[in-house]
Design a protein around this ligand. Structure first.
Ligand code: KIV
Length: 265
């Protein structure tokens, strides 16, 4: 398969076509996702919850993400690899530089940072050093303690405006990709109008360029009640491999996310 690059994602945005992203943290599932035709792998700090068993993503370190990024990079046949900058790992300029260096040298193609319009300076720093970035907006799990829980963001007019303005600011600051988590469809639609870069959604409605799911969610093995935006693809799959394929196809043909996976407000 042809290597997916940032240019591939940009082409999807320009041509209004879809791409699929899934989290993976090891060689085995990266191989399965690659063979299923998934375009990009996110080595997310969700690994703190789904692999390490923590209650949040806050304990995850740069060394953890680097370790898993190496395993993903070793097995990926063509996928673009996005790696998370963990909690407080870009708090100072030196931390930000050190974290991105470690993740890019581990095999990441893009680093993902959580925040809002405050990320503009960080994006510029990375841009100058040749580091491609994805800005994660909306429900940013590293801010769970400020949010008081994992809640849909952008529900009031004021909060929606803050998110839309942040997306426009970061697009202009030079971010390469935006990821929107748990925001109402109309907020995503407005963000699509004020941005030019590829936008990946999770619980952000159908209008984004790409979709991402945590692999344990798409396989239906995350304990407890699933979030509204999750679809268990194992329900109709014959195998784990098939579930990844069904997810990839559903994203690309626009059948996922359906209305039942979205937030109207
Ligand atoms: O860490 C992660 O897996 C993520 C996704 C939920 C988008 O950030």
């Amino acid at each position: 398969m042809v290597q997916i690059t940032l240019n591939t994602l940009k082409r999807h945005r320009a041509e209004n076509t879809k791409f699929s992203v899934v989290t993976a943290y090891d060689a085995c599932f990266t191989r399965i996702a690659s063979e299923a035709g998934v375009d990009a792998i996110l080595v997310g700090d969700s690994l703190g919850m789904v692999l390490q068993g923590h209650k949040s993503t806050l304990p995850v370190t740069v060394a953890d993400i680097a370790y898993h990024t190496q395993s993903v990079a070793a097995a990926s046949t063509h996928c673009l690899i996005v790696a998370d900058i963990p909690f407080m790992a870009s708090a100072t300029t030196q931390d930000a530089v050190d974290s991105a260096r470690e993740l890019m040298q581990a095999g990441a193609h893009i680093v993902k940072v959580e925040g809002g319009s405050n990320l503009a300076d960080l994006i510029k720093l990375y841009l100058d050093q040749g580091v491609a970035t994805c800005c994660h907006l909306g429900l940013t799990p590293q801010f769970v303690n400020q949010f008081g829980g994992y809640r849909v963001q952008g529900r009031t007019d004021e909060a929606a405006k803050r998110l839309i303005d942040a997306a426009a600011t970061l697009d202009q600051a030079g971010t390469d990709v935006i990821l929107l988590e748990c925001v109402p469809n109309h907020v995503t639609d407005a963000i699509m109008k004020v941005t030019t870069v590829p936008v990946i959604g999770i619980g952000a409605g159908p209008s984004t360029t790409g979709q991402v799911l945590v692999m344990h969610d798409l396989l239906g093995i995350t304990p407890g009640k699933s979030a509204r935006f999750v679809k268990n693809f194992m329900e109709t799959a014959d195998s784990i491999q098939d579930a990844f394929k069904l997810y990839d196809q559903a994203v690309k043909n626009g059948s996922f996310p359906a209305a039942e996976h979205c937030f109207e407000n």
